[in-house]
Design a protein around this ligand. Sequence first.
Ligand code: COA
Length: 145
Amino acid sequence: MIEIRKIQKGEYEEMYILRWEMHGKPFGISKNKLKDLVDKISVIVVAFDTEKKQVVGSARLGPCILSKATIGYLQVMESYRKKGVGRKLMEFLHNEAKKKGIRKLELSARTSVEKFYKELGYVPVGDYYETKKYKIPGIDMEYFL
Ligand SMILES: CC(C)(COP(=O)(O)OP(=O)(O)OC[C@H]1O[C@@H](n2cnc3c(N)ncnc32)[C@H](O)[C@@H]1OP(=O)(O)O)[C@@H](O)C(=O)NCCC(=O)NCCS
């Protein structure tokens, strides 16, 4: 069974390795570069395989500033994709955001997953771009709660 819940004590490194493998390694980003202080004040949600006792997906909701917050670092392990896990992680964070009184969510989407976010109700904002250093094609998107 896949459990969608907040990260628990002792799971941070496991979650982080998954984050780096999806958001760092493919772009040549060094290993600890994606750790930041925002993690300490964010809601981190994980998808946890209860049989294998393994974190297989995660995402984070940053702090609320002026009724807005940013969602980032969404990933699902390759063998668990296309089964609704990504959608459930996002829905969990939408609920958390509602509880905090957040009205608007923002994120930077890779263009390869723009459709995934559109299906969740996100709308593109502005033009397509490439991130400065790593040249990853992206688009900013937003969602109103
Ligand atoms: C994006 C990602 C998290 C989606 O996770 P997932 O568990 O496969 O997504 P789901 O199964 O919940 O898919 C939800 C819907 O989006 C669609 N979808 C999923 N991935 C998609 C993709 N890459 N492109 C287009 N549509 C996609 C699915 O078809 C599904 O539609 P349906 O409900 O009509 O069947 C996963 O592909 C991933 O980890 N990618 C690598 C990391 C990444 O790109 N993260 C986002 C950075 S901005």
